[in-house]
Design a protein around this ligand. Structure first.
Ligand SMILES: NC(=O)c1ccc[n+]([C@@H]2O[C@H](COP(=O)([O-])OP(=O)(O)OC[C@H]3O[C@@H](n4cnc5c(N)ncnc54)[C@H](O)[C@@H]3O)[C@@H](O)[C@H]2O)c1
Ligand SMILES: O=C(O)[C@H](O)COP(=O)(O)O
Length: 491
């Protein structure tokens, strides 16, 4: 958008806050010929779920800067205006991908308490988190400029995905890059529990030689019951079969068995048949306390329980009772109902009334949510999620998004001058596309894709023969549509 047009727009109470008062920007804006780019999104007050206007939010209106030499790839705006906050020690690989784009990247080692988080994300455009940072509606509502969240992990239960989608905030994750790491941890735990390795090791650390074979077992020939046969569960199935275990699994979906594993039709059936039960389901209302007193009663005498999914899945006081009674011979927990923001003191009764009881149990392996914490997994996740963020910010591509329809068009090239990429995130109601296309009808729509998910929809169109001055009108007309959630024009 040209400076003059934007200023005019602002005077009219329009969408932008202010153009960066940067001589370079002004000079560049004047000198742009065919390689133009702008990034804009804003909101109107009509519908409650719309984002507040730029005016209120104080978001910068981002204008692409051309530095003379043609860029390698068409970039849609001034990259250095994009503010990114990364929490929870996102791997350097991910930070590097984002910094290479020229974005402003701030990376913190831990998560933040809610009020500090709200303060900190007021003006960020992109937020990167892992499993600890809770992005509820209160937090998201405070993030006026946020357009995208990257979960540098598998789970997305920490984000209010519906609220985010309804407010035009796209969410990405890494669906499987740490699955192998988790599966390998479970293998280690199965053997450690069967042989009581944790206890023997602790005893030796205390100077005690305690050579026993009673209730120590080989895993060969034993039955593993996998609850949730997704990326991790199915990987585990293959690995454990190769150790001579028999595998049964329970999943709400009918799934192809790996090897000779066998899907059972109910959780009860799995619990009754397994020597080891391991949970790999997402955090959902249906999986809350999925393993509690009744389920422990159904399990075999002297069986084992492993949970590296989410802390809400296993009822810990019920587990303590089942272990005290001897029904459950051992357990491994990697996840807990409440987990701390960073490293330090945690496992005391101050935070969890059952912590001391749990720590006193025999043959229980307690780990601090390290299932996905390997160099390989973190490095791969860093690149994967950061690249999704770059594609979304620069080109509006939602492939891999967990809360929006997947929409993409091939990238614009330098051979396509005077093009604009229009992104229109809107409420999914009848007639809206007709109105959008009426706005676009003065231009040649080279390509267009639209898809919906629930209440919201995402439209992407590349239009050609767009003069810079026309962008303003286009933007304003789209912003004027009452169904609009966010409009972005990348050109
Ligand atoms: N400890 C860690 O560090 C760590 C690392 C990665 C993932 N996780 C957790 O593990 C979970 C599983 O990971 P994944 O990659 O295998 O996920 P996934 O989505 O590939 O698989 C989950 C499976 O659970 C099934 N499922 C859902 N609800 C169910 C129910 N009520 N009963 C039975 N099955 C049900 C699904 O159909 C799916 O097949 C993640 O959601 C995440 O919370 C933890
Ligand atoms: O969801 C996940 O991928 C795991 O729970 C790992 O989370 P983390 O990245 O916070 O360790």
């Amino acid at each position: 958008m040209a400076v003059s047009a934007l200023t005019e727009n602002l005077k009219n109470g329009g969408v932008g806050r202010d153009i960066p008062q940067n001589p370079l920007t002004r000079e560049v804006s004047r000198s742009i010929t065919h390689q133009r780019s702008s990034f804009s999104y804003s909101t109107s007050p009509e519908a409650a779920r719309h984002r507040p206007s730029f005016h209120e939010s104080g978001s910068p209106f981002l204008i692409r800067t051309m530095t003379g030499a043609a860029p390698k790839k068409l970039q849609p705006f001034r990259e250095q205006d994009i503010k990114i906050l990364l929490l929870e020690n996102v791997n350097k690989t991910g930070q590097d991908v984002l910094r290479e784009q020229g974005y402003q990247v701030e990376a913190l080692k831990s998560s933040l308490p809610e009020d500090q988080l709200i303060e900190k994300i007021k003006d960020v455009h992109v937020l990167g988190i892992r499993s600890k940072t809770k992005l509820n509606s209160r937090v998201l509502a405070a993030a006026k400029n946020l357009i995208v969240v990257g979960c540098f992990c598998i789970g997305t239960n920490q984000v209010d995905l519906k609220y985010a989608a309804d407010h035009g905030i796209c969410v990405f994750n890494s669906p499987f890059s740490n699955s192998r790491s988790v599966a390998e941890l479970i293998i280690a735990e199965i053997i450690c529990l069967a042989r009581q390795l944790g206890d023997r090791s602790n005893e030796m650390h205390q100077g005690i030689w305690n050579k026993v074979s009673a209730k120590c077992w080989e895993v060969r020939g034993k039955t593993l019951g996998i609850v949730g046969y997704g990326h991790i569960g199915s990987q585990l199935s293959v690995l454990t079969e190769s150790m001579g275990m028999r595998v049964i699994y329970y999943d709400v979906v009918n799934l192809m068995s790996m090897g000779t594993a066998h899907q059972v039709s109910s959780l009860d059936e799995l619990l009754k048949g397994a020597d080891f039960v391991t949970c790999h389901v997402p955090e959902l209302p249906e999986t809350k306390n999925m393993i509690s007193t009744k389920e422990f009663e159904q399990m075999k005498q002297g069986s084992y329980l492993i949970n590296a999914s989410r802390g809400s899945v296993v009822d810990i006081p019920a587990l303590i009772e089942a272990m005290k009674s001897g029904k459950i011979a051992g357990a491994a927990l990697d996840v807990y109902p409440s987990e701390p923001a960073g490293n330090g003191d945690y496992f005391t009764n101050d935070l969890n009334s059952w912590a001391e009881d749990l720590r006193r149990l025999k043959n229980i392996i307690l780990t601090p949510h390290i299932g996905g914490s390997t160099e390989e997994a973190q490095s791969a996740i860093g690149v994967e999620v950061a690249e999704s963020l770059v594609r979304y910010v620069n080109e509006g591509v939602t492939i891999g998004a967990v809360n929006m329809p997947e929409v993409t068009l091939r990238s614009l090239t330098m051979d396509e001058p005077d093009h604009a990429r229009v992104i229109f995130i809107h409420q999914n109601v009848p007639g809206v596309l007709g109105r959008v296309n009426k706005v676009l009808s003065d231009h040649n729509v080279d390509k267009q894709m639209s898809d919906s998910r629930g209440d919201m929809a995402y439209m992407m169109a590349d239009i050609s023969n767009v003069k810079q001055a026309e962008i303003d009108t286009l933007y304003r007309d789209l912003e004027g549509l009452k169904e609009r959630i966010i409009t972005r024009i990348l050109y």
